[in-house]
Design a protein around this ligand. Structure first.
Ligand code: ASP
Length: 448
């Protein structure tokens, strides 16, 4: 019990989420324990299920999904379930924790075989890991099924959850709350989408009005660019939620997309940290800051291949009221959303995701032709989009110039340029074949 009823924020509470690789085996559990114990403010801990110990290894969540599929197709889950038991027993035995999970195994296996549901099966990875971690570090165990709530339509109920969870956590000085799942109004278990323990960590941080939400993973933080393309990119020290959204949308991912919402609402920063290198400061994700590194100006670069452009030309287009609306309506009617809309006086280009128009492209073109009667309309595939993101652009002059210079010096043709009025990013499109070279050229231009 918390002895005094002080404001949680005053106590400087830290909430920690550990990802699957941080809890993949006993050695990782020991690192996690020493991280938690090195700071008394680290009071609430959200574990994932054990992840891969080496490349090619199984994630426990995947094994649980496999058990579920075997069981619904009427098969025997014995050998698949045995692998799961082995993983946990190994951790318990190597840690020397006084914990017997055999009744839990029997119950879980029986429930999976008796149709407790896919989400129930998957959630047991976090549940069991939470039991072990709580016993190992001596924290209370809290089952999120009673406090993390989804509505009947399956949507997460943020307010009800916050009320229930913050009331409950007031009774626990220190606790482990498994990630990834909660429950439906009828009590059945429901999970978030894959990687959802990030969301649970954020929900817990909001519920206790944490000073910080530490998200412990296996990298030193967000990198300025994809390391598979740019060798040894720098770690981003500070990024705002909005910048993160821009970069994640363009394919840079470490954190679940929905994980920022609960903490963002409460103005709580997230710190991405590395369990295998706890001395590194990681990346701070903050609601706002105008500080930026004047040397680099930009925060990060991300991009994706697989875009198409529909280029439409019509003489006197600019004086035809409703032209743009009709074009977009033609696309909307096929259930496709557009990515960018660079336009000239008598030309309009719509950039779309190629996969999304795979079977509707003919119909889209026909609709455009019949509603706006263009002079020409053509579709070009094979585009890559690159977003250069940075809050520093608002103040620094010449950022767009530097992007264009870098790309043109690399002898790459730019097919589209778009800078939003927020001046948070500059977006360019290049041929897919030039994608990697363009990213490297831009990175080198700004970071060197
Ligand atoms: N264990 C779940 C998954 O593999 C959730 C998580 O790790 O965040 O997706």
């Amino acid at each position: 019990m918390i002895s005094e009823n002080r404001d949680a924020a005053e106590l400087g509470i830290k909430v920690l989420k550990f990802g699957g690789s941080s809890l993949a085996d006993a050695e990782q559990f020991r690192k996690v324990k020493s991280i938690i114990e090195s700071d008394p403010a680290r009071r609430y801990v959200v574990p994932s299920a054990p992840g891969k110990r080496f490349s090619g290894d199984d994630k426990v969540t995947d094994l649980l999904y496999e058990c579920y599929s075997i069981s619904v197709s009427g098969g025997e889950i014995d050998s698949a379930f045995e692998k799961i038991i082995e993983r946990y027993n190994d951790i318990v035995a190597s840690l020397g924790v006084d914990l017997d999970l055999s009744d839990e195994y029997v119950h879980i296996k029986w429930s999976i075989m008796h149709h407790a549901g896919r989400d129930y099966a998957a959630s047991r990875g976090e549940y069991l890991n939470g039991k072990i971690l709580a016993a190992f570090i001596g924290y209370d165990f809290i089952d999120p099924a009673a406090f993390i709530k989804f509505r009947d339509d399956g949507v997460f109920d943020a307010e009800m959850t916050n009320t229930l969870l913050s009331a409950e956590l007031k009774h626990h000085e220190r606790a482990v709350i498994p990630g990834f799942y909660g429950s439906m109004p009828n009590g059945t278990i429901k999970t978030f989408s894959r990687g959802g323990s990030d969301i649970t960590g954020s929900i817990v941080a909001r519920a206790v009005v944490a000073e910080i939400y530490e998200n412990w993973t296996d990298v030193d933080g967000f990198l300025m660019a994809d390391p598979r393309i740019v060798p040894h990119p720098k770690v981003i020290e500070t990024i705002t939620y909005r910048e993160l959204r821009e970069l994640s949308y363009m394919g840079a991912g470490v954190l679940h997309e929905d994980a920022t919402f609960p903490v963002r609402l409460a103005g709580i920063p997230i710190n991405i940290r590395n369990t295998n290198n706890p001395d590194a400061r990681g990346t701070m994700i903050v609601p706002i800051t105008d500080k930026y590194d004047p040397k680099t100006v930009i925060t990060g670069i991300a991009g994706k291949k697989g875009f198409s452009v529909i280029a439409i030309e019509k003489d006197m287009m600019n004086s035809e009221t409703g032209f743009g609306r009709k074009v977009l309506e033609a696309i909307e009617k096929e259930g496709v959303s557009f990515e960018h809309l660079p336009s000239g006086i008598d030309t309009m280009s719509v950039i779309l995701n190629t996969a999304e128009i795979a079977e509707s492209r003919e119909r889209i073109i026909n609709r455009i032709c019949s509603t706006v009667e263009p002079d020409t309309v053509a579709v070009e595939d094979g585009l890559a989009i690159i977003a250069v993101v940075g809050r520093g652009m608002i103040k620094a002059k010449g950022t767009a110039f530097k992007v264009l210079k870098a790309v043109s010096e690399a002898d790459i043709n730019i097919k589209m340029i778009d800078q939003g009025s927020s001046e948070l990013n500059i977006i360019i499109a290049v041929d897919e074949n030039d994608f990697n070279r363009a990213l490297v050229a831009i990175y080198n231009e700004f970071v060197g």
